[in-house]
Design a protein around this ligand. Structure first.
Ligand code: FAD
Ligand code: NAD
Length: 472
């Protein structure tokens, strides 16, 4: 609950106080310190790094890597002539490894703060009128700090669903699903978005039966339809069951079981439920009313496109404002925001933000989808090339998927690139740079790509825009 502003004199004064030490806040704090601002960062969790490092990007990728090794050892390695007689799962060790990586990285952020001279304030931060922030420490002690500028980077929290009784154990969100103490017999995932597919894949590979319930008639809303359809086929082959067009209306625990109810479907029973229906901006007890900031209808802090809120000297970035909820988007906004404060310039090209789903194969995209181009009436030419025609993909034994280029028919400027295939997340970096530089598909097609690499599929897809791929 937020209090009214207080009267005591501030204990310390800073040029910039950042609230929240996720990839948005901690990166902004470091950049601000590099630029010479006396900077503090308030974080209420002991470990720095936010959702991303503690319970998001990093632990999920650690489990995705480990579970993929397990699945490969179990099912995929004999075709390479490697015979593994017995494969056993040591889940406790897998989880410990994940926790170890999280610990190393969160301590790493602490080290970076020390190195760059960012003052770390442990506690809950609350705006306390113009130029003041209250820090409520874990023991309840309160102190006020003065801030010439405040940057809100409080991120997001898991979205809940009406009728779904999350008990933080059997029925939980992604945080619980990163630490199940045993492999579920039947995991029911609500939502076929990024989290549902990534964490659904983890537990499916480790042996769980996984059923994914999705409200829409497709998976991965927002991604290019052709890519999402291809991904669905591959993931279904891997053992995930998708039930599309299903609106979940309730879920509850009954003894050791969970029951999930949805419109037009018999109740479904499993032993764990992962609620993955999105995330909501997090602004609880932030004292926004003390500086007269009101939220938009989706609970986000409105900003002017340069991260400035309605309140003078108060800025906001990352998951708590509009735009995709991605760690790199939050970090880039943090950098652009503080650079603009100090130098007057700071900019992000929102058309060049890559988006990656770390399933196997990976799904990666940057720029516009075909559906977006059609809807906007933008003409385009399309070039696709499959991984099955690539030597390196064959050597890897991962040939599912393709690269698809969308380019303007007159200027040939790249409008969007969508990949489903091996290491798509790394391949997309080249095209993100190309889009940032305003490149054409011909530019990419004419660049030398080493042989044999997966990147040759990117080159061939760029050639295909002009109808001249070589290897197909
Ligand atoms: P956050 O990381 O949420 O950080 C906000 C911080 O503010 C938190 O540490 C919180 O404790 C703190 N805080 C909040 N309120 C206060 C307060 N009043 N006082 C003090 N501290 C406060 N994105 C990717 O790009 N790639 C991925 O692979 C990826 N994987 C993900 C996997 C999962 C399971 C989840 C849940 C998310 C994933 N994301 C991924 C999304 C990514 O984690 C977020 O987009 C990113 O963390 C947003 O950064 P942020 O700095 O805006 O907020
Ligand atoms: P999401 O928005 O990706 O997917 C949520 C899904 O739930 C949607 O498909 C939606 O249609 C469905 N849904 C909503 N209500 C439903 C209902 N009643 N019944 C059935 N289905 C329903 O959300 P998420 O997967 O929870 O991820 C949250 C955010 O975290 C995303 O915005 C994403 O950007 C970020 N994230 C990113 C990564 C990554 O970059 N690799 C990984 C994890 C999370």
């Amino acid at each position: 609950m937020a209090s009214s502003t207080r009267s005591e004199a501030p204990e310390q004064e800073f040029d910039l106080v950042v609230i929240g030490a996720g990839p948005g806040g901690y990166v902004a704090a470091i950049r601000a310190a590099q630029l010479g601002l006396k900077t503090a960062c308030i974080e209420r969790e002991k470990a720095l790094g936010g959702t991303c490092l503690r319970v998001g990007c990093i632990p999920s990728k650690a489990l995705l890597e480990s579970s993929e090794r397990f699945a490969e050892a179990k099912h995929g390695i004999d075709e390479h002539g490697v015979v593994v007689k017995e494969v056993a799962l040591d889940l406790a060790r897998m989880l410990k490894r994940k926790d170890g990586i999280v610990g190393q990285l969160t301590r790493g952020v602490e080290g970076l703060f020390k190195k760059h001279g960012v003052t770390r304030l442990l506690g809950h931060g609350r705006l306390d009128g113009p130029g003041r922030v209250l820090v409520i420490e874990p023991d309840g002690k309160e102190r006020v700090v003065a801030a010439k500028r405040v940057l809100i980077a409080t991120g997001s929290a898991v979205a809940t669903l009406k009728g779904v009784e999350m008990d933080g154990d059997r029925i939980g969100g992604s945080t619980e699903a990163l630490s199940y103490p045993e492999v579920p017999q039947h995991l029911i995932v609500i939502g076929a978005g990024v989290i549902g597919l990534e964490l659904g894949s983890v537990w499916s590979r480790l042996g769980a039966k996984v059923t994914v319930l999705e409200y829409l008639d497709r998976i991965l809303p927002g991604l290019d339809v052709e890519v999402a359809q291809a991904a669905r086929k591959v993931l279904t082959k891997q053992g995930l069951t998708f039930k599309l067009g299903v609106r979940v209306t309730g879920a509850r625990v009954e003894g050791q079981e969970c029951v999930v109810e949805a419109e037009g479907m018999e109740p479904l029973r499993g032993d764990r439920v992962l609620v993955a229906v999105g995330r909501r901006p997090y602004t609880e007890d932030l004292g926004l009313e003390s500086v007269a900031i009101t939220l938009d209808p989706r609970g986000r802090i409105p900003t002017d496109g340069y991260f400035q809120t309605k309140a003078p000297g108060v800025f906001a970035i990352g998951d708590v404002i509009a735009g995709p909820m991605l760690a790199h988007k939050a970090s880039e906004e943090g950098v652009a925001c503080v650079e603009r404060m100090v130098t007057g310039a700071g900019h992000i090209n929102y058309d060049a933000i890559p988006n990656i789903v770390y399933t196997h194969p990976e799904i990666a995209s940057v720029g516009k989808t075909e559906e977006e181009l059609k809807q906007a009436g933008t003409p385009y030419r399309k070039g696709s090339f499959p991984f099955v025609a690539n030597g390196r993909a064959k050597a890897l034994g991962t040939t599912d998927g393709f690269v698809k280029f969308l380019a303007h028919p007159e200027t040939d400027r790249i409008l969007g690139v969508h990949i489903v295939g091996p290491r798509a997340g790394d391949l997309i970096a080249e095209v993100a740079v190309a889009i940032e530089f305003g490149a054409s598909s011909e530019d990419v097609a004419r660049c030398v790509h080493a042989h044999p690499t997966l990147a040759e599929v990117v080159k061939e897809a760029a050639l295909a825009v002009d109808g001249r791929p070589i290897h197909i």
